[in-house]
Design a protein around this ligand. Structure first.
Ligand SMILES: NC(=O)c1ccc[n+]([C@@H]2O[C@H](COP(=O)([O-])OP(=O)(O)OC[C@H]3O[C@@H](n4cnc5c(N)ncnc54)[C@H](OP(=O)(O)O)[C@@H]3O)[C@@H](O)[C@H]2O)c1
Length: 381
């Protein structure tokens, strides 16, 4: 989330720090987090991996470096994995900048999402075998590396017959879209959802999951020279309507609601005026769920929306959802199974992605921070 530091810094939450520390510990033969585990070296030992590491918070293109990192021996309850692909998401950038809700101890390996293949399992590992594909269960594993030794419990398996890019980008954005479409309003086929940042990774997953459920989506994007091209792409994946932000404020928007019911649910990944405009079009009693703040502007709720429409203003964070539901693996597993089934049926595709070699990380980080790119940078290890 692109949120200012003062709104999100919860660094003292021990639960949030555990996994980062664990990730660093597991990247080292010596079980203590220490900067000396990462070295610039000309050669590479057999038990070493390449990792994109940062020692200080700051501009990602300045503080992130490709370094050698040790790979520890595989413990009884551990798995050795080879990371196959890992995206660069806004939250990864915010973590490196030091502005995200959870921050690792430094130095840290970047990346929270990605897919890896199990290479070797410890003697007491029950749920995984060599060849399985796995994704992180929680944020903070540090996925921008070639190999890692992880606890069996830190990962969850996926079918390995789905496209690589779908697997690499499944654990955060489609899960967020799935939960927001499931947990806030009782949406039935024919109902409508309105969302901004509709071309984002989350937005593209919302469009496709909603379409699979027979739910209309009204998709708001910022204007750009290639608006028609982007609009056509979103419609091809199931978007019912694609409109420019400015159009939300024009009287002609009333035409749209002659054929499409007013939305029960608004999904806000932007904040600022864009969020206020979504609220104006909600049904009486509907919900707006904020999950991102890409404009870095606060959400302003018109008094009339509260008094005369009794709208519900909510928030969602998938990391918290995963932690709240970590006591019962079946809950996360059921959602992943449903999402993978949609992928296998061709109803849920990965967002538009640009595959980038690990060595090209500098360019990929720069591109990931540019507006109007409409493509997710995915590191291929
Ligand atoms: N709460 C959660 O659990 C959760 C989970 C996943 C993601 N997120 C958050 O959701 C947001 C989107 O993530 P993502 O991975 O889907 O992003 P993404 O694929 O990288 O796409 C970024 C989106 O943000 C838009 N954008 C960028 N700057 C903007 C601005 N100044 N004003 C309006 N729109 C702007 C982009 O539109 P243009 O093409 O017009 O630039 C694009 O639609 C991020 O804030 C992320 O942290 C939250």
């Amino acid at each position: 989330m692109w949120l200012p530091l003062h709104t999100v810094c919860l660094r003292s939450r021990t639960g949030c720090r555990r996994s980062f520390v664990a990730a660093l510990l597991k990247c080292s033969r010596r079980r203590d987090a220490n900067i000396s585990h990462f070295s610039h070296s000309a050669g590479r030992s057999a038990a070493a991996c390449k990792a994109l590491l940062y020692r200080n918070h700051g501009d990602p293109s300045r503080v992130v470096q490709l370094e050698d990192a040790d790979v520890p021996p595989v413990g009884a309850k551990d798995v050795l994995v080879k990371v196959l692909a890992a995206p660069i998401n806004p939250s990864d950038i915010n973590m490196i900048q030091g502005t995200y809700a959870i921050l690792p101890d430094l130095p840290a390996v970047g990346g929270n999402e990605g897919v890896a293949q199990v290479i070797e399992v410890g003697s007491q590992v029950k749920s995984l075998k060599a060849g399985d594909w796995v994704i992180p269960r929680d944020a903070g594993l540090g996925t921008w590396r070639t190999e890692a030794v992880l606890a069996e419990d830190d990962v969850i398996s996926l079918p390995n017959d789905i496209p690589l890019l779908s697997a690499a980008t499944l654990g955060v954005n489609p899960c967020t879209a799935f939960r927001m479409l499931s947990d806030f309003e009782d949406l039935k086929p024919g109902d409508s959802v309105i969302q901004n940042a509709a071309n984002s990774g989350v937005g593209q997953a919302v469009i496709q999951i909603a379409a699979a459920r027979g739910i209309n989506t009204i998709n708001v994007i910022r204007d750009r020279p290639e608006f028609t091209q982007l609009s056509d792409r979103l419609k091809a994946m199931g978007a019912s309507h694609v409109i420019k932000e400015e159009a939300l404020r024009r009287p002609e928007i009333k035409e749209l609601f002659k054929t499409c019911p007013k939305p029960k649910l608004a999904l806000n990944g932007v904040g600022g005026k864009s969020a206020t405009e979504l609220l104006r079009h909600l049904q009486v009693g509907g919900s707006m769920v904020t999950y991102g703040g890409m404009s870095k502007q606060p959400v302003t709720v018109p008094v009339s929306a509260l008094i005369f429409k009794d709208v519900k203003v909510r928030g969602f964070w998938v990391t918290q959802w995963k932690r709240d539901n970590s006591h019962d693996e079946r809950i996360f597993r059921t959602m992943l199974d449903e999402l993978c089934s949609l992928i296998q049926q061709g109803k849920l595709t990965a967002p538009a992605c640009t595959e980038v070699g690990l060595q090209e990380y500098g360019k990929a980080l720069d591109t990931a921070m540019q507006p109007f790119t409409s493509t997710k940078q995915v590191l291929i290890m």
